[in-house]
Design a protein around this ligand. Structure first.
Ligand code: GLP
Length: 240
């Protein structure tokens, strides 16, 4: 894993976006895996700005997303679909038909099977953007005795429900299940760009970087198995 230590959130977003922008300049028909959450918002802002400046174009870009809450409509402001439109898609020239978002209106594994097909057709991504859950989850692959290889519906842990409740009026409204890519699918990218900012990511970052073992109880520790991972981490997440 290549570790890029950044001063703060802004610096992390800047360095990660420079990497992505350079990649897009070389390969405009880039295949992206996008993530939601607060971690990539700054990166997306910088990509939007770079497109406005004419440095990059999304005309030939394609994307898949990591995950989505179960039972939440794309028109709901808390859905990851809404997030992606609000924070990126509505501001760049990516074609609608090139956007792939997971969707599960109810807790039924058939939606996961459908998404597996989408991912198989999409194939390997050039760049997968990833955030880290404070408990070390990647996408919605929560700490557990075993992890899913393929897209599945996942029961969220109490700690994730609590972490995500900041976006909802109250904790009862936070969905309890999500549709998420499995680990094998998350890893099906030439390059993984992992963003970690803030003290609440320190514990996970410290363990990923310092421990010699990998643990399904710390899904992000599996990142050590991918040959091409860039971790953009700010000082708070790195030093605690
Ligand atoms: C959610 C998402 C993850 C994301 C994580 C971190 O649970 N499923 O894909 O990486 O939160 O979120 P944040 O970037 O807001 O800390």
């Amino acid at each position: 894993m290549k570790v890029v230590i950044c001063k703060d959130y802004e610096d992390m977003s800047k360095k990660a976006s420079e990497f992505v922008i350079n990649y897009m300049m070389e390969k405009p028909q880039i295949k992206f895996g996008f993530a939601t959450g607060s971690s990539p918002i700054g990166l997306y802002k910088n990509l939007i700005a770079a497109q406005k400046e004419g440095e990059i174009s999304f005309k030939y870009a394609k994307s898949v997303n990591l995950d989505e809450y179960v039972g939440i409509d794309p028109s709901n402001e808390q859905s990851y679909s809404y997030f992606m439109h609000e924070n990126l898609f509505d501001h760049v020239a990516i074609k609608k038909e090139n956007i792939n978002l997971p969707y599960a209106p109810e807790n039924d594994e058939k939606y996961a099977l459908e998404y597996r097909k989408v991912l198989d057709e999409f194939g390997q991504r050039d760049i997968q953007i990833l955030g880290l859950g404070p408990n070390g989850h990647i996408a919605f692959n929560e700490p557990a005795e075993k992890l899913n290889r393929r897209a599945s519906i996942i029961k969220l842990t109490e700690s994730t429900i609590e972490a995500n409740s900041r976006f909802f009026e109250n904790e009862d409204e936070v969905p309890k299940y999500a549709l998420s890519m499995g680990v094998e699918e998350v890893f099906n990218a030439k390059t993984l760009i992992v963003l970690a900012s803030g003290k609440n990511k320190h514990e996970a970052v410290k363990r990923i970087l310092n421990e010699e073992s990998i643990y399904t109880e710390l899904p992000a520790s599996l990142l050590n198995l991918h040959p091409n991972v860039y971790l953009f981490v700010d000082e708070e997440a790195y030093n605690g």
